[in-house]
Design a protein around this ligand. Structure first.
Ligand code: BG6
Ligand code: MG
Length: 212
């Protein structure tokens, strides 16, 4: 029986808009150009790597690591204020019923997210105790496209990587799954990516993925 490892942001919940708003507020205050296209490059990427991508457009005096830490903190504070407005209705019925059905069929279910806010988000949507394992930004040293976060999730589940199906919306996440030796299901942006094993249009299509 295959195990599922779900990315969180952009797959189970739509926090992308909050990431965008929080980075945008920081970028505007700093006078840095930032738009939705640049924001798409931040999917699945760690907070520190995201800042580096945003700073490609920065033209001011050189920033120290302390300055960068302060910018990340500023973004994260805004982001968490936005996350605090979330509730159970921010996880769709389609996602909930599909997860329940996969569990009923005997699959183990885990989270594999780069976010250090994973547990906070899961609690906000009332899923704090739902998953069999949670691997997130707090237990890794290398962010996607490195497979570490998914390999840790498989380890926490006691499963071999070949037995895991990763569900992702980010190219970096699909690359991470494939280089970790896992099957990669792509939704949203990742559905059109060449390295995706199984593209799906909507979350409940997971019930039709071969071997499920
Ligand atoms: C990923 C998001 O899930 O988490 C990225 O797709 C984000 O956009 C990353 O940068 C890190 O999130 P956080 O919550 O630790 O800043
Ligand atoms: Mg994602």
């Amino acid at each position: 029986m295959k195990a599922f490892i779900f990315d969180l942001d952009g797959v189970l919940v739509f926090t992308d808009k909050f990431h965008y708003q929080a980075w945008k507020a920081m970028a505007d205050r700093m006078g840095i150009y930032f738009d939705e296209t640049i924001n798409n490059r931040l999917r699945g990427v760690s907070r520190a790597d995201s800042l580096e991508i945003i700073l490609e457009r920065y033209e001011g005096v050189p920033l120290t690591q302390e300055d960068k830490d302060a910018l990340m903190e500023e973004k994260n504070n805004t982001y968490r204020e936005l996350l605090a407005t979330m509730g159970p209705s921010d996880m769709s019925d389609e996602v909930r019923s599909t997860l329940d059905e996969l569990r009923l069929r005997g699959h183990k279910l885990a989270i594999g997210s780069s976010s250090k806010n994973t547990k906070f988000i899961l609690e906000q949507v009332g899923m704090g105790d739902y998953f069999d394992a949670v691997s997130d930004g707090t237990n890794i040293t290398r962010s996607k496209p490195d497979p570490e976060v998914f390999l840790k999730a498989a380890e926490f589940l006691g499963e071999s990587p070949e037995n895991c199906i990763v569900v992702e919306d980010a190219h970096a996440g699909i690359d991470a799954a494939r280089s970790g030796g896992m099957t990669a299901v792509g939704i949203g942006e990742a559905a059109g990516y060449g390295k995706t094993d199984f593209p799906i249009k909507t979350f409940s299509d997971l019930l039709k993925v071969p071997a499920v």
